[in-house]
Each structure stands twice: as C-alpha cells, then as structure tokens.
Design a protein around this ligand. Structure first.
Ligand code: UT7
Length: 330
C-alpha cells in the first residue's frame, strides 16, 4: 500500500576539516605521485581532522548545526538521529548518541548504522521507512567518517584514497509527492575479504600482536573491489531506472559515491547521462566513505530545483551497494 505521505530531504549541512593532505604531501610520505593518483582516482587532495581529541561525532555535529541554523530547528523537536559511519568515536555508546547529547536533542533516540560507503543510502532508506510509517516527523541522517583514524599512511594502496568529512540531511514528511520515491539496497558478505579491518572486533580483539601487525587499519584489495564496484553501482542504478521507466533524460543529477572517478564515469555511461549531470567532488575531498553522498548534496544544494529527479548511488565495503531515487523537495 502506498504511504499517504513521502519522506523528503528538507535541509542539508556539511563539514570538512580545514587541514588538507595533497597528493604532493603524499609524494613525500609514500612511493606515489600526483599524476598516478589523479589519473587512477581523480583525487587531488583530501581533508584530515587533525585536532587532538576530535572525532567523527564532532564533524557530524558541525554538519547538523548548519541544518539547525538554516531551518531554525529546535533540537528538542528531533525524533531520531541515524549516524552512518565505520569510524565511530568508540565501539559503544553509538556515535548517534554522542551527537544527540552534543546538539541538545534530548528527545531523540539514535543509533549507528554500518554499511561502509553505502551507509548514507542505507540510513536514508531507514529514515524514509520511519517517516512513511507515520511514527516520526523529524529525522537527522548523518554520514560521517574520520577515515584518517583507520588509514595506514605507509600503505600507498589506501592512504591516497581516503579523507575525513561529514554530511547531514533533515528528513521530514511531505504530502506533495516529492521526496524519496524508491530505493534498491544490496549486500553480499562474500566481498568481506577484499575490504575490511582485520582486528579490533570480536573475531580478533585488540592485542599487542594485532597492533604490531597493523591490523587495525583498513585493508583493501583494490582491483577486485574496483570490478565489483563498477558493475554493482551501474547495475543497481540501471535496475532502479528500469523499474520506474526512467531514462537519462528524466534524470537531473546522478549523486554517486566518490570512490574513484572511473567508477563514477562507468555508472553515468550506463545510465545514459552526460558529465554535466553528475556531481563530482572527489578531487577535493577524496573518499570520505559514508559522507560522500551528503557532501555532494551540500556542494550542489544551490543548483538543485524543486522536482528534480536525483539518483543517489553507492558501492562499498561489505560488499554493500544501492541506489535511491529522489524528487528534490525544495
Ligand atoms: O569506497 C569503497 C570502495 N572502494 C573502491 O571502490 C575502490 C576500488 N578500487 C580502486 O579504485 C582502484 O583499484 C585503486 C585506485 C585502489 C587502484 O587502481 P588500479 O588501477 O586498480 O591499480 P592497481 O592496484 O592495479 O595497481 C597498478 C600499479 C601497480 O604496479 P604494477 O604492479 O603494475 O607495477 C601498483 O603497485 O600501480 C601501483 N600502485 C601505485 N603506484 C603509484 C598502486 N598504488 C599506487 C600508488 N602510487 N599510490
């Protein structure tokens, strides 16, 4: 049965730390070069949260505070905070809880959602179901990652890729037919060996050995992930469009996860979209994991028009992947 109202994004906020780590900085740290990084990934620089004592929750708070300012939102009116992250402040309590406390959302419940680079789409789809059920009216979805906390800056295969940042949206009910139209989400745990953190979980708790073996850093076998990502992100976007009889002409914007420019290009081609319709900011932020999609919305917010059809698409560790169709609501 169709819900009587949709869930719509009604505001966007973002935050990236001021400290930049450029390709030229990385040239001095590992055996790499600007030309290789740019041509293989599209990345020139990324933001790094350097301040001691600051964590994912602090970046998320900055992004959410922008929404509170813009919408004159009373934090006490927030029903729920869903935080998509693979770099929580600590294993528990949830980062969403810590965020709620810091912004004074005393009436909100919150939880973290782990779906790596697809985390924002999984969280947005969860928020959509909560709103469509009629149970909640104001949900903050925030995608945040302090990737620098889990990156080995002696491993050139990963340290060139990732950056830190946060992007948040406010999700509210609407009766005008706009907002989130549909989502297709997928997971395949057999992809775990290609992208994971070996230790620090219940399988291999932290020990002197795990630290010395650098097993608390993100490990990625890039080539297989690349192959799965190109196919997964393009397939699921095409599946969502075919399901709703959408063509490239119907789509105003593709909002892709920013892992690699070549993966983004392959997805856009498959969808029949020209480059002007694709949000790309990987050059300045790198891969901020759960934050890439909301940071695109943040950067492009002023260009978006009410009624625009957006396809949000992601692929990430897990494997997890998915696509969401939104009619922009403001
Ligand atoms: O967001 C989560 C999902 N993650 C992704 O979607 C990432 C998917 N994977 C990728 O984006 C790409 O696989 C990478 C960008 C990680 C790597 O690009 P690639 O074209 O797959 O390179 P490769 O791993 O096949 O390496 C090619 C060559 C190798 O040298 P040889 O064996 O050909 O001599 C590597 O050792 O490039 C070398 N290489 C580097 N050279 C300079 C690997 N890393 C670097 C580097 N700088 N940083």
């Amino acid at each position: 049965m169709k819900p009587t109202f949709n869930a719509a994004i009604t505001a966007v906020g973002g935050y990236v730390p001021a400290t930049k780590l450029t390709n030229f900085d990385l040239e001095k740290m590992v055996d790499t070069n600007d030309e290789w990084i740019k041509s293989r990934t599209g990345i020139s620089e990324r933001s790094i949260l350097k301040e001691p004592g600051k964590a994912s929750s602090d970046m998320a708070v900055k992004a959410i505070e922008e929404i509170i300012r813009k919408k004159k939102l009373d934090p006490l009116s927030i029903d729920c905070i869903i935080c998509a992250t693979v770099t929580p402040d600590m294993i528990f309590p949830s980062t969403a809880n810590l965020i709620g406390d810091k912004i004074g959302a005393k009436n909100a419940f919150g939880f973290d959602l782990g779906a790596a680079c697809s985390g924002f789409l999984f969280a947005l789809t969860t928020a959509t179901a909560f709103i469509e059920s009629g149970r909640y009216k104001k949900i903050i979805v925030v995608g945040v990652d302090k990737m620098s906390s889990i990156i080995d800056y002696t491993d050139r295969a990963t340290c060139i890729l990732f950056g830190d940042g946060a992007g948040a949206v406010l999700v509210e009910p609407t009766t005008d037919g706009l907002g989130v139209q549909d989502s297709i989400l997928k997971s395949d745990g057999s992809g775990a060996p290609y992208l994971h953190i070996k230790a620090g979980g219940s399988l291999k708790p932290a020990s002197m050995e795990t630290v010395l073996a650098k097993e608390h850093y993100a490990f990625q076998d890039g080539q297989p992930v690349f192959k799965f990502a190109v196919k997964g992100m393009a397939d699921v976007s095409a599946e969502l469009m075919e399901k709703h009889h959408l063509t490239g002409d119907d789509i105003a914007w593709l909002v892709p996860h920013q892992a690699n420019l070549r993966i983004i290009d392959a997805t856009a081609n498959r969808m029949g979209l020209s480059k002007e319709k694709v949000m790309i900011n990987i050059e300045k932020y790198g891969n901020t994991t759960a934050a890439t999609i909301p940071l695109c919305l943040w950067d492009w917010e002023s260009k978006l028009k009410k009624g625009d059809n957006l396809i949000l698409a992601a692929f990430g560790g897990g494997f997890t992947w998915g696509a969401t169709w939104i009619k922009w609501a403001y």
